[in-house]
Design a protein. Structure first.
Length: 437
């Protein structure tokens, strides 16, 4: 029964984050995307039918927590008293500012409540994200199960940390950026005119920051609480979460590229709900399945990459979204990067296979140079092996480029498919069949 209640409370809180998250994002952005009173009323009109109803999920989660785990709720309110006081006041001021701004037809009055709406919308995700950071980091419970913490001390980790330290602030900022990007997609979907254009302009840039924040938060979590990551490979739901998260990111950029903002917003829902901190080994075991999917796609679609087609993404969306994400993966793990880049060029920018392969070499070289510089700084480069491999790659590149120039896509396709299958089989063996050392 405890497990059932745990899942119910978790689902309610997660739904609240997703549903009220775009309200927070709209509030954070409304001073930037709406310049006039009419435009700000348009933003409020977009969230007006939803914001108060979305907060019911917070009440439901808190009520269920009181019913099923009263000691957890009591301990949390006791230890996070000042932070919870700030959250309650931010919720109150946010609702009051929405209701009061139009009661008096005065510019100063409206500017005051608009600023209050923006500040409270910023504080809420930062505080709630910091609370999540405290849960991930751990709190100093005493023998009775209670704890007491100041709002901050020296912002360092230690036996007696504050509610706010460098790690919890990082998680709070990550939550802030995520809901802001989520809100930008919502406004791009639900508004028109200048507000729509400004939100559409900001959305891909904000999602780039989400990707950067995700990597930073994952690395910090691995340092602060390694046990979380070590336990994830044995959790099957983590696999589902990763797949859904990646699918959500794909929907975001696909929707932006096609100007289908509802599609992008739905992807944002998945990303906001399923951002997880996971072990590189878990992703490493997922890569063979993704490569197998690439091989199947190339096999069943013989026309893929046969000729240039109309691009599905703009260059900016491809550069800041797809290329950056694959670059992060290349630095984080690496196997299959060239395959993913070639497929992205064909599906995203409409390149033929020869053109996609050529551009893949350039991007792969750039990401390898960046990694090499970092490893050089750390003194972790095996120069002898690297020089030998570099010579072999130069010879292979010369021979391969000549074959591509003379024989074209018909030569590359079987070679590409063969190498993807071989790489997939090798990674399946390494990750699933190879006996432990």
């Amino acid at each position: 029964m405890e497990t059932l209640w745990f899942w119910l409370v978790s689902v309610m809180v997660a739904i609240y984050v997703v549903m009220d998250g775009f309200d927070f994002g709209a509030g954070i952005l409304h001073l930037a995307v709406a310049k006039t009173n009419e435009e700000r009323r348009q933003v409020l009109g977009a969230i007006g039918p939803l914001w108060d109803g979305n907060e019911v999920w917070l009440l439901a989660g808190g009520g269920s927590l009181f019913l099923a785990f009263p000691k957890v709720l009591a301990s949390g309110f006791s230890g996070f008293y000042l932070a919870m006081w700030l959250v309650v006041w931010s919720l109150m001021l946010r609702g009051i500012s929405i209701e009061f701004r139009s009661h008096v037809a005065d510019g100063l009055w409206r500017h005051f409540w608009d600023a209050t709406f923006a500040v409270s919308s910023v504080l809420l995700p930062v505080l709630l994200g910091a609370a999540l950071g405290n849960v991930l980091r751990g709190v100093p419970l005493d023998g009775s199960g209670y704890f007491s913490m100041p709002l901050w001390t020296d912002f360092q980790l230690g036996p007696q940390p504050g509610i706010l330290d460098w790690y919890t602030v990082l998680i709070g900022v990550f939550a802030l950026v995520t809901v802001t990007a989520h809100g930008a997609l919502f406004l791009a979907w639900k508004t028109d005119g200048p507000v729509h254009l400004r939100a559409r302009h900001l959305a891909p840039r904000l999602w780039l920051l989400v990707l950067v924040g995700w990597v930073a938060a994952s690395a910090a979590t691995a340092r602060v609480n390694p046990a979380i990551l070590h336990n994830l490979p044995g959790a099957p739901l983590a696999w589902v979460a990763i797949l859904l998260y990646l699918a959500g990111l794909g929907l975001v950029f696909l929707g932006l590229g096609r100007e289908r903002y509802l599609l992008a917003f739905l992807g944002s829902l998945g990303g906001t709900l399923l951002v997880q901190h996971f072990d590189p080994q878990l992703l490493k075991r997922l890569v063979p399945l993704l490569l197998f999917g690439v091989a199947v796609l190339v096999w069943v679609r013989p026309q893929l990459g046969a000729a240039d087609i109309h691009p599905r993404l703009t260059r900016g969306q491809f550069d800041y979204g797809i290329a950056f994400s694959i670059g992060v993966y290349d630095g984080f793990l690496g196997p299959g990067t060239g395959t993913f880049l070639a497929l992205a060029f064909m599906l995203g920018l409409g390149f033929n296979l020869a053109r996609a392969t050529t551009n893949t070499k350039a991007l792969n070289w750039a990401s390898n140079v960046a990694s090499l510089l970092l490893f050089l700084a750390a003194g972790k480069v095996w120069f002898a092996a690297g020089l030998i491999m570099g010579a072999g790659q130069w010879l292979g590149a010369r021979a391969g480029s000549r074959m591509v120039m003379t024989r074209g896509t018909q030569f590359i396709r079987p070679v590409f498919l063969t190498m993807v299958v071989l790489l997939t089989l090798k990674m399946i063996y390494d990750n699933y069949l190879k006996p432990p050392a």
